[in-house]
Design a protein around this ligand. Structure first.
Ligand SMILES: C[S@@+](CC[C@H](N)C(=O)[O-])C[C@H]1O[C@@H](n2cnc3c(N)ncnc32)[C@H](O)[C@@H]1O
Length: 250
């Protein structure tokens, strides 16, 4: 059984309108860089219940939704009934096959469940056609809020350490539950390059995911800030979530 078979992921998104909109802005911006999408195929790795599918589905000729959880696949089928260009496959990123190559792959909010990303990046590379694109989201280990916490705690080597930060409780580590890892942006860059990708652009997302800010500032204003600041803040890896557009080089 997959982890998400016994977790209410649709409920997780209740009350997270700001984060969803921030991700929508980022994804739409990155997709604009990809030409001729109406003739292309997209592979959504870890598609979940199809939360982000409506953002891209109408732009592509066909969409392959890869998802290990049976429960989320059936929710996605229900949620996405109106789209005729979707194919669902129950599998993990580690099991991608290169038989049917796609033009674009996206992997949003999945990298934090994967400890060794380089073999997965290589699999994705093999699943893409020549000059294909990857849109990757990962949880950022060295986001501004965490950096502040570390510095105030006297930990000044935190930013140099490229080992992913495990966010699970000790009890869950002992129970060997699914990983919740924040990755280091430099390590991600290196691994993408070693796996045959060049990075085209990067965005810093959900930059204002601070409970107090979300409480006192209307979502529309936070979203306006996201629109303007995602590219700028990416330069200093500010936000908790980083979106990368990369292109296959070999
Ligand atoms: C946090 S959810 C994100 C779902 C969707 N991408 C979204 O942004 O709404 C993580 C998803 O990744 C899937 N997943 C977990 N481990 C995976 C793996 N090794 N390969 C592919 N998908 C995985 C889970 O089943 C779940 O649907």
């Amino acid at each position: 059984m997959a982890f998400y078979d016994h977790y209410n992921y649709q409920r997780y998104w209740q009350g997270r309108k700001y984060e969803h909109k921030a991700e929508k802005i980022a994804l739409e911006k990155l997709l604009k860089n990809i030409p001729d999408k109406n003739r292309k195929t997209i592979l959504d790795i870890g598609a979940g219940f199809g939360r982000i599918t409506p953002i891209y589905a109408n732009q592509f000729a066909s969409c392959y939704l890869i998802e290990p959880s049976e429960k989320l696949i059936s929710q996605a089928k229900k949620n996405l009934k109106k789209y005729q260009n979707l194919t669902f496959q129950k599998r993990r990123a580690e099991e991608l096959s290169s038989l049917k190559k796609a033009d674009v792959a996206i992997m949003i909010r999945v990298a934090h469940h994967i400890k060794k990303l380089d073999p997965v990046f290589k699999k994705i590379n093999h699943s893409l056609k020549r000059n294909g694109y990857l849109i990757l989201e990962f949880a950022n280990k060295v986001n501004f809020k965490t950096k502040l916490k570390m510095w105030f705690g006297g930990n000044f080597s935190f930013c140099q350490d490229q080992v992913p930060c495990d966010r699970r409780s000790l009890a869950n580590i002992n129970k060997k539950t699914i990983f919740f890892l924040n990755h280091h942006p430099q390590k991600i860059n290196q691994e993408l390059e070693q796996s045959g990708f060049k990075i085209i652009t990067k965005l810093s997302v959900s930059n204002f995911r601070w409970p107090l800010l979300k409480k006192i500032i209307p979502t529309e204003i936070l979203i306006w800030g996201e629109k303007i600041l995602q590219p700028v803040l990416a330069k200093i890896n500010f936000g908790p979530s980083i979106f990368i557009l990369a292109q296959k080089t070999n």
